[in-house]
Design a protein around this ligand. Structure first.
Ligand code: NG6
Ligand code: CA
Length: 503
């Protein structure tokens, strides 16, 4: 064969192989990042150029929602495609909770594994670990992500503010010295170590509510912990460690389709930015860790570029719930806000039934496949990620897989504006959005949390807002439109009764 013919045929071969290779999926899940926290969502006091680049090169959603207003239930729904409120025990999990999703449950990761993907979770897990009774930190930490369809996992078991402050890689605590075993309790002290409550003089930041138990790196946490000294993370290095592990996973799998679920610790408390970012935002530590988050996203994008994978990778960026400024530490985030509005134009925040609880940034970049720089106003729920990515990878779903997840792939890729007929929001109470209406069911929980200064959206009477005109949910129209209240409360009732809502 002539050299030129050979070259032509081998080029044709690689073009065909590339064309057939399903896209890599990188899902970056920020923690507690609000609708107003990014430049591309209107923030002017803080610069987020790397995250904004995803919007510039891809699609930006203005009406996308996490499934819940807190972490554990949002992550539960993301991975199972089932509303967390259907299942007891899916509220904010303790750091020693048992695995909330039983091993063998159909998950987003297992579905993508079936589709031929290498799968990884790097970062915040917060879905419990281990069998009933919780994890055995000193031996095999099992079951966990490996039993739910992840080929590789490098996780923070719960949150940065909960013990144990160690990473778990696959089934083992990283750097654990067997002679210094870990003991954890959420009930009573595990040893005679000082605590935040008894020894505030040892702390670099004082708690404002809760967070007064074990002290790790001068920061007091939720829960008691003894031992595992060599395994403790340094808070300032968490972002770099996670970004490094994520990039290593992508590099190792560059010749193979992969799904990377990168769940950052930022911008959750405690906020301990690396010295590169400390003091750099001018907005205090919360601003600094937003810069750190932006840097992480920039490094992921750059790594994809240098691996030559950008064109065949979908990057999805979102947040697990809305923003909170004082979430339990006197870290000066409130006084240094300097006019920045984490929730943007919305009312409420993390924990809230108002829009800021679940309406979060969502950006999707797939160069060459998604038009650059567009905005979508379509209603989108993260519970739909499962069925949408199943459609992308041509996986059929049975009814017991992802029962509340709709295939919204065309919406996600900006090919259609045909949105969900309705969307359920979950905080202390459930709300439903349909068309221009948002109905919040009545509930007896407090209307306001004075610790976090968040309007929780709970009220003993039904609430109805026309969010097309009153996005800030100022005017409760429930008494003006009783029939709409009735229709939406019946819709919510039906959704609650059904165990499968996908149709
Ligand atoms: C709350 C914590 C808060 C945060 C939250 C979970 C207190 C007083 N507050 O209970 O600091 O950890 O749980 O956040 O302990 S989430 O984003 O993981 O849902
Ligand atoms: Ca969160």
């Amino acid at each position: 064969m002539k050299r030129s013919t050979f070259l032509f045929l081998s080029m044709l071969y690689s073009v065909l192989v590339c064309a057939q290779q399903p896209p890599n999926i990188v899902f970056i899940y920020a923690d507690d990042l609000g609708y107003g926290d990014l430049g591309c969502y209107g923030a002017i006091k803080i610069k987020t150029p790397c995250i904004d680049a995803l919007a510039k090169n891809g699609l930006r959603f203005t009406n996308a929602h996490s499934s819940s207003a807190t972490c554990t239930p949002s992550r539960y729904s993301l991975l199972t495609g089932q509303y967390a409120w259907r299942k007891a025990g899916t509220g904010i999990a303790a750091g020693n909770a048992a695995l909330i999703i039983p091993a063998g449950t159909p998950t987003l990761s297992a579905m993508l594994q079936k589709a031929g993907y290498q799968t990884a979770v790097v970062g915040k897990w917060h879905l419990g670990l281990g069998a009933a009774g919780g994890p055995d930190w000193n031996h095999e930490v099992k079951p966990g992500p490996p039993e739910l369809g992840f080929n590789y996992s490098y996780i923070i078991a719960a949150t940065g503010d909960r013990v144990p402050c160690v990473f778990v890689e696959n089934h083992h605590v990283v750097n654990l010295d067997p002679n210094d075993p870990i003991r954890v309790s959420y009930q009573s002290p595990t040893g005679s170590e000082p605590t935040g409550k008894q020894n505030p003089e040892l702390l670099t930041v004082q708690p404002s509510h809760g967070h007064d138990q074990a002290i790790v790196n001068g920061i007091s946490r939720i829960g008691y912990m003894t031992g595992g000294k060599a395994a403790l993370w340094k808070d300032e290095n968490i972002a770099d460690t996670l970004t490094g592990k994520a990039i290593a996973f992508m590099s190792q799998n560059k010749n193979h389709p992969f799904f990377l679920y990168l769940a950052t610790h930022d911008v959750h408390v405690p906020r301990a930015p690396h010295p590169r970012f400390a003091g750099k935002s001018g907005l205090g530590v919360r601003g600094d860790v937003i810069l750190q988050l932006d840097d992480c996203v920039g490094r992921i994008s750059k790594a994809l570029d240098s691996l030559g994978l950008t064109d065949n990778t979908i990057i999805i960026f979102s947040s697990d719930n809305g923003p909170v400024v004082d979430d339990g530490y006197q870290d000066e985030a409130v006084v240094k806000l300097n006019g920045h509005k984490p929730a943007g134009v919305l009312k409420g925040g993390k924990y809230s039934a108002f829009e800021a609880g679940t309406r979060v940034p969502l950006l999707v970049q797939w160069k060459g496949k998604i038009n650059a720089g567009n905005t979508s106003a379509a209603l989108f729920s993260q519970v739909d990620m499962f069925a949408s990515l199943a459609a992308l990878t041509r996986q059929a779903l049975t009814n017991d897989e992802a029962p509340d997840s709709f295939n919204a792939l065309d919406v996600l890729l900006g090919r259609s504006a045909k949105e969900r007929e309705y969307l359920v929001e979950h905080a202390d109470v459930l709300s439903v959005i349909k068309g221009k209406w948002k109905y919040i069911e009545p509930g007896n929980e407090p209307a306001y949390n004075k610790n976090t200064s968040i309007q929780l959206g709970n009220a003993p009477q039904p609430q109805l807002y026309d969010i097309s005109r009153d996005l800030r949910e100022q005017h409760n129209l429930a008494s003006v439109y009783p029939t709409i209240v009735k229709t939406l409360s019946l819709l919510l009732h039906d959704i609650r009764q059904e165990s499968v809502t996908r149709h």
